[in-house]
Design a protein around this ligand. Structure first.
Ligand code: K1U
Ligand code: ZN
Length: 173
């Protein structure tokens, strides 16, 4: 089965604020499955619905899986909300929608997040380290924000210039 395409910066759809999921239908369940397939195929440790062109508040995350280990344990979060954030941590982030770039980003070091699962059941999770960072990164996608919106003006401008050149060269090929 064909995988859904991951939208790339500067696609304007990545800047939209996503809408809450009103009802967990079969279509939503299928989208969540497709998003997991894309996340493991890329590979990534998270993926938000807007990255595959669906402007709804849902993301998937699996910070444990590695190609070598092979055991997949994705968490699907629908209509997520942070109910606690504490401390500060700096992590070098990347993004499947921001090709060929990583940068240090400061985030909360510990978070508690509340969300619905695919059965519509509410759950909370407390996390730290990479998982906390990834939760915040994916949540940002739901608000139309990318990690490059959280770095200095100079670093962002340099990346945008490099990306525009890359796109011009791709077009010329
Ligand atoms: O949102 C995304 O595009 C996924 C992104 C999530 C993320 C990475 C790093 C810090 C915060 C959030 C990625 O997964 S980029 C790829 C990546 O980091 C990775 C891929 C394979 C193994 C380990 C990491
Ligand atoms: Zn991302």
């Amino acid at each position: 089965m064909a995988l859904r395409e991951v939208l790339q910066f500067p696609d304007p759809r990545l800047k939209q604020v996503s809408k809450p999921v009103e009802e967990i239908t079969d279509e939503i369940r299928e989208l969540a499955r497709d998003m997991c397939d894309v996340m493991y195929d890329e590979p990534g440790i998270g993926l938000a619905a807007p990255q595959v062109g669906a402007s709804i508040r849902m993301f998937v995350i699996d910070t444990e899986w590695t190609e070598e280990e092979g055991s997949k344990n994705p968490t699907v979060l629908i209509n997520p909300e942070f109910i606690r954030t504490e401390g500060k941590i700096t992590w070098e982030e990347g993004c499947l929608s921001v090709p060929d770039f990583t940068a240090d980003v400061e985030r909360a070091a510990e978070v508690t997040i509340k969300a619905l699962d695919l059965d519509g059941k509410e759950f909370t999770e407390e996390c730290t380290g990479l998982r906390a960072v990834c939760m915040q990164h994916e949540y940002d996608h739901l608000d139309g924000k990318l990690f490059i919106d959280r770095i200095s003006f100079l670093k962002r401008s340099r990346y945008i210039k490099k990306r525009k050149k890359q796109l011009r060269e791709e077009e010329a090929d």
